[in-house]
Design a protein around this ligand. Sequence first.
Ligand SMILES: NC(=O)c1ccc[n+]([C@@H]2O[C@H](COP(=O)([O-])OP(=O)(O)OC[C@H]3O[C@@H](n4cnc5c(N)ncnc54)[C@H](OP(=O)(O)O)[C@@H]3O)[C@@H](O)[C@H]2O)c1
Length: 264
Amino acid sequence: MDKNSKIAFLGLGSMGGPMARRVAAAGYPLTVWNRSSGRADGFAEVAESPADAVQDADVVVTMLADPAAVREVVSSFASKLKPGTVLVEASTIGPAAVQELAGLLPDGVTLVDAPVMGSVDRAASGELSLFVGGHADEVMPLLKVFGSVNRTGAVGTGAAVKLVMINAIVNGVALIGEALALADALGIPEEQLKRAMAASPLAGIAGRAFAEGAYFPVRLAAKDVALAADAAELPIARAIHARLTAYPEAANEDIGQITKYFRT
Ligand SMILES: NC(=O)c1ccc[n+]([C@@H]2O[C@H](COP(=O)([O-])OP(=O)(O)OC[C@H]3O[C@@H](n4cnc5c(N)ncnc54)[C@H](OP(=O)(O)O)[C@@H]3O)[C@@H](O)[C@H]2O)c1
């Protein structure tokens, strides 16, 4: 690909919006599409449908909520892709859904799975960390617009590594919530506990639990823990999934906020 390569970006949510803006700022010819209107405001080329968006595209990026959304959207445009197109699937959907996606694509279309770590703040600054599976040499310049690239191997391996990582992180944040609940029961002041955590092996995960500027909603975190628990026997993840979904009012809050629900 080069600077004239046509990019179609589908899904302008909390992550897709800032990622697509980076593609535009990098100077690529860009067409965007989003299911609901409003989120595409400010983009020069807005398509009416996914099929319209991918027409003539050299690279298509999908950044959608979950496996069902990706399946629905990709099914609606797959037959329109011209040979030589690369589909970069950046959502977190797990390796099984990536393999299913591969089966939807016509011959001559390359699938690259490139899920991302880092939240909305890093999406805006181009400091995401990407786990990239498949033949991605062609699209490396585009992937680097989003952040740093970790090549993981064959198609689906990026999705697999991402799922392992995010499951452990979400479970870790949930356990920080339980640690706070225990500290409350034992009368330990929050600031004292935070200092103790910061000076311990818990520092990294506590940093995420108390992060400001990140927005990874509980509903998406629960989706990822469910994907992980479907992929292997994970009793702890199953228990944490039950806790994450026990507070519907927390669904659209950042995962770090789940700690406050566990304390009450
Ligand atoms: N937020 C984070 O910190 C973060 C970090 C790393 C990875 N991720 C992953 O990245 C992906 C996107 O996350 P996000 O935070 O951007 O989510 P989001 O803000 O909820 O956006 C989801 C996007 O998917 C679209 N969508 C949902 N269902 C759809 C359907 N059935 N058909 C068509 N479009 C559909 C939404 O369209 P509408 O606008 O019409 O609803 C929106 O564009 C998820 O897989 C998430 O797990 C998120």
